[in-house]
Each structure stands twice: as C-alpha cells, then as structure tokens.
Write a protein that binds this ligand. Structure first.
Ligand SMILES: [Fe+2]
Length: 515
C-alpha cells in the first residue's frame, strides 16, 4: 500500500508525464480536416541497426481547424516502405495521440534491416503527411566504408533563413547531427532581425510548444528532417540562455526554475524524434550510436548535470569572462556530471570503432584571451570547466583511445582545433581533434575577434564567426574530413552556401590538418 505522501508523489509524476497515463477515452477514428494537420512536418531519429524512431505532431488546435473536437484524442496511422514509390510496405501501425502530449506521435519501428533507407508517412482521417526518408545504422561491428554527416546547431529564427537546412536536405547523408540551440527563447534587436518570433519569451509548457511549432513550420527545416534521420542533443537555449543544471541567469529560485526546465524539456521531447520522454525536470538525452566498425557517436548533455558557473553570483548562474578565478581549478567541478562522465570514459575505452565522435554542445578547445590584467576565460564553455576537460582528455590519453573527434556548436563559429591534455602547451600531447560546425543562423564574432582568439590559442587552426552554415563530415577508414559550408551573415532567403575551408583528421594521428 502506498501512503498518502507516496500517493501524492505518484499523482504528481503522473500529471507531469502524461505519456504514462492510459487513455480513458476513445480516439476519433476518422476526423475530417479542413487544412493539413501535418503542417509541422515529419522526422526520423535514433538510427539503430534494426530500428528508427518516427515523429510527427498534429497541428495545434485552432491553427489548422478540423471538423472534430479539437481536444479529443486522435488515431494516427503510420507506414514504413522499403521503396520510394511506396509499393513495398514493411511495417505499419497506429498510435493514439492526445492533447496531453500536444498531439505528438513517437513511433519506434523495430524489425528493420541494417544500413537501409526506408520511406515513411503518417495519416489521420482523410489527411496524409509528406513522405519522410529514414535510414538504419549498419549492423553492430559490420565493416563500413563511409559515414557522411551534417553537423549543425544554433538556428535563431530571427537572425535569418535556414538555407543551411535547404542544402542539407538535398545531400546524400547518413544522418544529421544537431548539437543544440534548436529553438531560442529570447528575441533579438529588431534592427538585426530577418523575421520575428510570434510570441514573447516562453516560460510555460504551452509557450514552449508554440515556439517549437513556429520553428517546425519552417519549410527548409522540415525538408532536412524529412530527408535524414537526426541525432540530437541540446544546449542552453532550448530552456534559457546560459542555464546550468538547476540555475539560470536570473535569481529565480531552484524550484521555480526546475518547473520551467520541466516545461521546456517536455516541449522539446514532444517535437523531436527521440525515444525517452522526460520525467518532470529530468530527461535523459545522452546516448551512443554505433555505425558498424567505422564510428561510435556519443551525444553528450552539457547542461543538465553541469556545475554552476565558476566565480559567479550565488543565486544565479551564467557565463562571464573571468581573469582571476581560483574556482576554475576545483577538480570537483563537472561539465557532464559524474555518472555521464564515467559512462563516457568507459564507453570510449571499450569502443572498437575506428572513429569516436563526441557530439556535444559547445567548444572543447580553449578560447582564452590575453588581456592587460591577465588571461581571460569564458566560463560557459569548457574553459569554465578546465579540470573536467583535462579528466576527459587525460582519460583518452591514458586509455590510448585513438581517433577521437569532438563535434560542437554553441559558439556560432567554425572551428578546427587540436585537443591537448593541457591546452596550447606544445609539450602536452595532442590526443584528440575538434570541429565546431558554425551556426545555422545565429550571429557570431567578427574576423578581428577570431584572429585575436587564434593568436592567443595555438591549438586553434581555424576560427570564423562571420559566416553562417554547417559542417559536412565525410568519414572513412583513412580520414575524417570536414568541410565548412558557409554564407555571409546574415543567412538571407535565397543565399547559396560555399566552401569556407576544408580540414581533415588522419586516422592514427590526432590533430587537424588543412584538407
Ligand atoms: Fe547558440
């Protein structure tokens, strides 16, 4: 028997995770739609050798008005085909969705063949979605010659258009790796805006849902989701700028901020091809994807478990430039949290894949700057967690893990860098490599600022913040090549991207070389 307190707690969790609630009402079998209810698109993700995760969300009630009770549950049918002409159906099923999950649909399709392309669609009543394309991962340990990925992040809606996604959609890729800032909570100065958010900053669940829906209505973003499976992690703006675990840059108080985080995480899940729903303010997003014997890809969570920002305000947490900050040297400070850090270290040393890719949300290499009063560190990126960075890189060195490449975002710049156990110390070995894939739209720093950063950080081979775009990774047994695809800031409607730079990491030799 549960006591009263346990019952209350159970009711609290049930209310928060509508996913677990059995449906008391019958779903509408065949609603008739006046407009396309699939206006937010379709997506696939979590590619495994025998499964993929399919996603859609029926349009929010009131926007695509249906001849139905707008709040009543709906039965959504899904189909998976082995051919583009949709003649060979290999799987199908139905899922009931409802207002408690924002009419989102998450279907894990099992029993698929490895390393294969599939096509899928959804239907509900008389409406049929566009056709999406998914791809399964190769069989565990299978010989794989090539892996092609797009690395993207930071797509502030107001700063410009998703021309990067338009190009990504047209490419032959295995997957898109998106490393955070999928939505932005805040708005920018009107003078810099190419287009505007349709609502003020979100705080509650419905507001975050509306923000995600606005982004998802973008046709280029929809096309990139429909074309490829996405492998996802998040950064800060999915909740609020610069948050760290249970604190944000305002003196909100832990309980209130965790309510906001719960709302933001839940809306995020409802809009992404991910399998694990949040439980209250907690959501497991870090994961590992294997691409046969060629690559293991870790998605890391650099927000939920990190220590509060160093040398900050006791009530708040946000990034800042610091010169003298003894706290930075505290070995107890963590970026990933103890459990994720251990899980990653164990996974890295056990991995037998040729390449080990760390998809994480920010920049690993140091960007500290020489200033008149001493060296300045930006505390929101890995420079704010130098001991955690050192543990990660020393662990890679000690376990002799070869061919580790960090893939990052957050900083709105294209970066190619060497990763040493002690940054910028020529006597410290280069043990891994890094590519940061720019930003889809979000504004970055000037060429002068990047030149200064490079001048002060010998490990950084390339840094450009004045252009927008994404990185194209082409990985085989010999090398991991990275092409930075870019257009000048801002990304305007019909912009075309071109090659900004090409770098590579040669197998067996840590560090980046010009391609
Ligand atoms: Fe960003």
């Amino acid at each position: 028997m549960l006591n009263r307190r346990e019952l209350n707690r159970a009711a609290f969790w049930l209310a928060l995770s509508a996913w677990a609630v059995p449906l008391p009402v019958r779903a509408q079998e065949a609603p008739r739609w006046r407009a396309d209810p699939f206006g937010l698109g379709v997506a696939s993700g979590m590619p495994r050798p025998d499964s993929v995760l399919l996603w859609t969300r029926l349009a929010p009630p009131g926007e695509e008005v249906a001849e139905r009770d707008a709040r009543a549950p709906c039965k959504v049918r899904w189909e998976v085909f082995a051919d583009e002409a949709l003649r060979q159906r290999v799987a199908q099923g139905e899922q009931i969705t409802h207002a408690g999950r924002a009419f989102s649909v998450h279907v894990q399709v099992n029993g698929l063949a490895p390393q294969r392309t599939y096509w899928y669609r959804f239907s509900c009543g008389d409406a049929v979605s566009r056709v999406g394309r998914a791809r399964t991962a190769p069989a565990a340990g299978a010989p794989v010659r090539r892996l092609r990925l797009a690395l993207a992040s930071c797509q502030h809606y107001e700063y410009g258009y998703y021309v990067a996604h338009r190009e990504i959609a047209g490419r032959d890729l295995d997957a898109v790796v998106f490393v955070g800032d999928y939505i932005y909570e805040g708005s920018i100065n009107a003078a810099n805006a190419q287009r505007r958010h349709d609502a003020p900053m979100p705080h509650g669940l419905d507001e975050y849902r509306a923000r995600h829906a606005l982004y998802k209505r973008d046709p280029d973003l929809q096309a990139a989701h429909a074309a490829h499976p996405w492998i996802l992690t998040w950064d800060d703006h999915e909740v609020v700028n610069d948050y760290a675990a249970d604190r944000e840059p305002a003196p909100t108080g832990t309980e209130q901020f965790l309510r906001r985080r719960a709302a933001a995480y839940r809306a995020y899940f409802e809009h992404m091809p991910l399998a694990l729903a949040p439980e209250g303010a907690d959501m497991r997003i870090h994961d590992r994807f294997a691409w046969g014997d060629l690559a293991d890809i870790w998605t890391l969570d650099c927000r939920q478990y990190r220590s509060h920002h160093a040398c900050g305000d006791p009530q708040m947490s946000h990034g800042r430039m610091v010169t003298d900050c003894a706290q930075l040297a505290d070995p107890a400070r963590t970026m990933l949290g103890a459990a994720q850090e251990r899980w990653l270290a164990e996974g890295l040393s056990a991995s037998t894949a040729r390449w080990k890719l760390l998809a994480q949300s920010t920049q690993v290499s140091s960007t500290s700057i020489e200033a008149p009063k001493g060296r300045q560190n930006w505390t929101d990126a890995w420079d704010g967690y130098p001991m955690a960075r050192q543990r990660l890189l020393q662990g890679i060195a000690d376990a002799k893990v070869h061919n580790v490449v960090a893939l990052g975002g957050d900083v709105h710049r294209f970066v190619a860098a060497d990763l040493r156990v002690v940054p910028n110390d020529a006597g410290s070995p280069v043990v891994a490599s890094e590519f940061v894939g720019g930003s889809v739209t979000s504004r970055g720093a000037s060429r002068a600022a990047m030149a200064k950063m490079q001048q002060d950080n010998a490990d950084i081979a390339h840094a450009r913040g004045d252009e927008r775009g994404y990185a194209l990774l082409d990985i085989d047994r010999e090398a991991a090549r990275c092409e930075f695809r870019a257009t000048p800031h801002p990304a305007v409607k019909d912009a075309a991207l071109s090659r900004q730079a090409l770098f590579a990491v040669e197998a067996g030799r840590a560090g980046v070389v010009a391609g």
